[in-house]
Design a protein around this ligand. Structure first.
Ligand code: HPA
Ligand code: ZN
Length: 325
């Protein structure tokens, strides 16, 4: 398996917008966004909650389907340049039409059209996981779930939850998860990034999702780590994200390698690459540098990601073929 071809399972579409991209759209719309940028032009983020605020301020300038079409093309082009041939992006009806179904369908149509072009132009396949934002609350999550259920199909292949994990309990969103499950959508749920091992346990107890976003805080509870290994739950680890947001102090202490050693299925993604000064090539280079990983480990996480992808079987077979050619 060639390691220059990569699969990315955990990428927030708005979070993949570069500062230049957001500044350009803000300029065209005459929106003053200066407070979210540092003097070097990068996103200014102090901590996790502030990161979510900056993320939402940047996303707010993307107010039309055309904006998302431009964003999608630029994100897919950048990802393909780092070797990504398949990516799943978190898509938020909250940001795409505020939870209104008809508006969401317009945004999704624009994204799908560009994703099809990008597949032809850049050789990258994109799928979407409709994602509720936890701190927007259970009522809003119902609208998001309806959008997901109505658009489940070729592009929309999963349902998820992101946002501030320290707020509420996973079961507060049971209506939304039930609705998405009825539409046949599997779950990827952010847990154990900020919420500690307890948050991972609550999430497994509530929904037993096949994939958890981050999950790295599980490392503090050996029983939970054994449970994750046992259930085969796939963790979407995003090490640079964890470093920049202060979840872990440095690369050496990142739990990724220890989780893998304990038999947990791990994958690697970028989360919100420009926010964390990363891309998939940099993540792989850091894994090589700090954990001594090489072709065998990269092939293993790529295989894990391929098996855990939410796409249909024909797409999985096609991606598998591309990985080996
Ligand atoms: N965690 C939670 N919510 C998010 C993230 C994240 O890493 N990125 C965008 N929304
Ligand atoms: Zn994330």
């Amino acid at each position: 398996m060639a390691i220059d071809k990569k699969i990315e399972l955990h990428l927030h579409l708005e979070g993949a917008a570069t500062p230049d991209f957001i500044r350009q759209i803000a300029f065209e719309k005459k929106i003053d966004l200066s407070k979210i940028f540092a003097s070097d032009g990068r996103y200014a983020i102090r901590d996790f909650v502030h990161f979510l605020q900056v993320y939402e301020a940047a996303s707010a300038v993307l107010s039309r389907p055309e904006d998302y079409a431009r964003l999608t093309r630029s994100v897919l082009h950048a990802a393909s340049e780092t070797g990504v041939i398949y990516c799943e992006t978190f898509l938020s009806p909250d940001f795409c039409g505020g939870g209104d179904l008809a508006a969401w369908q317009d945004y999704l149509a624009a994204i799908e059209e560009v994703a099809d072009q990008a597949q032809r132009d850049f050789g990258i396949t994109m799928r979407g996981i409709v994602t509720l934002v936890r701190h927007f609350g259970p009522d809003q999550s119902k609208r998001v779930a309806r959008c997901a259920a109505e658009s489940a199909g070729r592009m929309i292949c999963g349902f998820g939850m992101a946002g501030d994990e320290t707020i509420g309990h996973p079961r507060d969103f049971a209506w939304a998860f039930d609705c998405a499950a009825e539409a046949g959508l599997p779950f990827s749920i952010h847990a154990g990034e900020w919420g500690g091992a307890q948050s991972v346990r609550e999430t497994l107890d509530a929904y037993n999702p096949p994939r958890i976003g981050h999950g790295v805080q599980a490392i503090s509870d050996p029983e939970l780590v054994a449970r994750l290994a046992d259930t085969g739950t796939v963790l979407e680890c995003c090490p640079s994200s964890n470093l920049v947001l202060g979840v872990v102090p440095n690369w050496q202490s990142h739990p990724l390698a220890r989780l893998r050693d304990a038999g947990v299925k791990v994958t690697v993604s970028t989360d919100d690459p420009p926010f964390f000064n990363t891309d998939m090539r940099r993540e792989f280079a850091a894994l090589e540098q700090h954990f001594g990983w090489g072709p065998a480990e990269f092939a293993e996480i790529t295989k894990t990601a391929l098996e855990a992808a939410f796409c249909d079987e024909a797409t999985r077979a096609e991606i598998s073929k591309q990985l080996t050619t």
